[in-house]
Design a protein around this ligand. Structure first.
Ligand code: ADP
Length: 304
């Protein structure tokens, strides 16, 4: 087991940031830690990287307890904090050698060279960090997090503030890293999770509200089923809503409607019957592919 969290709570003064959180992350997984702002993502990551202590509960990384074996945990974890605190006046190579020195790694020069190649920093390696774009600074942050060859990499919002090209590059870098390491990354961008993560843990108000494979989460039982229908004339909204299994009916454009039904009921027959009875033709009808974003919204709203 790479990460084990058991009943962790964290209280800041009177504010409860984490409430009885438990989850496990297996070796080799890339896990998306998802939640709205203020949900407790950074707090959890700081506990796992020994930056702050929990108020109660237990957590371990690679079998080492974060409270009692913090030196061992630090050896096994690479951490990219949300506000990646780089020394802007240092040169890329100089900075990475400095970090390598802190970790007391052998053969520092070679390791820095390897990290520069792995993170695609070759053309920028002789610049000062302050002269780099945000995308390249993130690469330096990832290189510093991995310089001591940790088994687990924890990244807090690694792609925030990047332009679409940089985003793509950093995502594929993370995917590559995930081939060899366990990765936990926090984000509030659904596409990121769908593109990169095999598993998702969703946290809301300090509590875990979902923990599943990304593909399974998209098709959760309690999730709504959405059907898009185009009628030839305007239907009655209240009649659509009264069809068995229908939760909501929304007009989008013209006579196109999005009809939400319970996942267990197939509302399509009811829609056909209604149309026939009301002398309305159906020009098209299709199921809308469920998106992780909808699952996220429904889970984080429900808990409010
Ligand atoms: P996220 O990373 O999901 O945005 P955080 O873990 O940063 O969430 O914060 C969780 C909650 O704890 C928030 O309500 C935040 O205001 C509060 N919090 C975080 N750090 C501190 C702190 N040092 N002192 C007091 N409250 C904090």
């Amino acid at each position: 087991m790479s990460i084990r969290v058991e009943n962790i709570s964290k209280v800041y003064g009177s504010q409860k940031a984490l409430n009885d959180v438990s989850f496990e992350i297996h070796a080799g997984e890339i896990v998306g830690f998802l939640g709205p702002n203020g949900a407790g993502k950074s707090t959890m990551m700081k506990i796992l990287t020994c930056y702050i202590p929990q108020s109660s509960g237990k957590a371990s990384v690679c079998g080492f307890d974060v409270s009692e074996q913090s030196m061992e945990v630090r050896k096994n974890v690479g951490y990219l904090p949300e506000h990646n605190p780089l020394y802007l006046d240092m040169y890329v190579k100089e900075y990475l050698e400095f970090i390598g020195g802190l970790h007391k790694i052998n053969n520092k020069r070679n390791r820095v060279k390897e990290m520069i190649e792995l993170t695609g920093l070759q053309i920028e390696q002789n610049k000062k960090i302050g002269a780099l774009s945000k995308g390249y600074r993130q690469r330096v942050g990832i290189a510093q997090a991995m310089i001591h060859d940790p088994k687990v990499l924890i990244m807090d919002e690694p792609t925030t503030g990047l332009d679409p090209n940089q985003l793509e590059e950093i995502r594929s870098l993370i995917k590559n890293i995930g081939r060899e390491k366990t990765v936990m990354l926090s984000t509030h961008i659904m596409q990121e999770v769908e593109a990169v993560c095999s598993k998702v843990i969703i946290i809301n108000h300090g509590e875990i509200v979902a923990n599943d494979q990304t593909s399974k989460l998209k098709h959760r039982q309690e999730e709504v089923q959405v059907v898009q229908v185009e009628f030839d004339k305007e239907p009655s909204r209240s009649a659509l809503k009264s069809i068995s299994g229908v939760r909501e009916a929304k007009n989008t454009i013209g006579n196109v409607w999005l009809i939400e039904g319970n996942a267990t009921a197939d509302v399509r027959k009811g829609i056909f019957d209604y149309a026939v009875k009301s002398n309305i033709s159906i020009l098209s009808l299709q199921k809308v592919e469920s998106k992780l974003e909808d699952v996220f919204k429904s889970l984080t709203k429900k808990a409010e």
